[in-house]
Design a protein around this ligand. Structure first.
Ligand SMILES: O=P(O)(O)OC[C@H]1O[C@](O)(CO)[C@@H](O)[C@@H]1O
Length: 187
């Protein structure tokens, strides 16, 4: 099959996945982000890369945001918010992080395929993306995908978070031009 046909199939998978996002869950996530003094974002591997892309947009919106693990990232407090990106909701380092944040009194948010997961149970707000987890071999239903491992989740995650950016921009009455003023200028 041609790459163009593969790309078309990927778009169909994404359409199916994103059309099932629950808007109340997205609104609740947006409120948590806006209420926080500082936002901490984390994820493993490709899920983490999508989280970093989202963190960049939050910074460009003027929010105080950190990626967990960077040298300049400070400690978390009860006034902050930890947003975790994990398809499985079971990645060990992230589960430990969720426990530490909860112990420090900070609310935890999760974008995941599995709200019932270990991290899902620790989270105070969850957005569910009905994609296929990296270890799943689903051949029917919402999770079916031609793509390897967590690709469908990771792509859906990026687009869901870009939708969240638009929601946040609307709530803050902000334009792309406002945000461009904070774009990195040392590139
Ligand atoms: O999204 P999860 O379930 O936390 O898993 C993250 C893992 O999945 C991958 O993104 C692979 O698809 C890895 O890069 C990473 O180790």
């Amino acid at each position: 099959m041609s790459s163009r046909h593969y790309a078309a199939d990927i778009l169909k998978e994404l359409e199916r996945t994103l059309s099932q996002i629950n808007d109340s869950e997205m609104q609740a996530m947006a409120e948590h982000i806006l209420d926080a003094e500082q936002i901490f974002v984390a994820g493993a591997g490709r899920s983490g890369l999508m989280g970093k892309a989202f963190a960049m947009r939050l910074m460009q919106m003027g929010l105080r945001v950190y990626v967990v693990g960077e040298t300049v990232t400070p400690g978390i407090s009860p006034r902050d918010f930890l947003l975790l990106c994990s398809g499985s909701g079971e990645t060990g380092s992230l589960a430990a992080m969720a426990q530490k944040a909860s112990k420090a009194g900070a609310p935890v948010g999760l974008i995941t395929i599995k709200p019932e997961s270990t991290i899902g149970q620790l989270a105070s707000t969850v957005v569910r993306l009905p994609a296929s987890a990296k270890e799943d071999t689903a051949t029917s239903g919402a999770a079916v995908t031609i793509q390897p491992m967590g690709s469908l989740f990771e792509q859906g995650l990026l687009l869901a978070m870009d939708a969240l950016v638009l929601t946040l921009m609307e709530k803050k009455e902000m334009t792309g031009a406002d945000m461009f003023g904070r774009h990195a200028n040392l590139e």
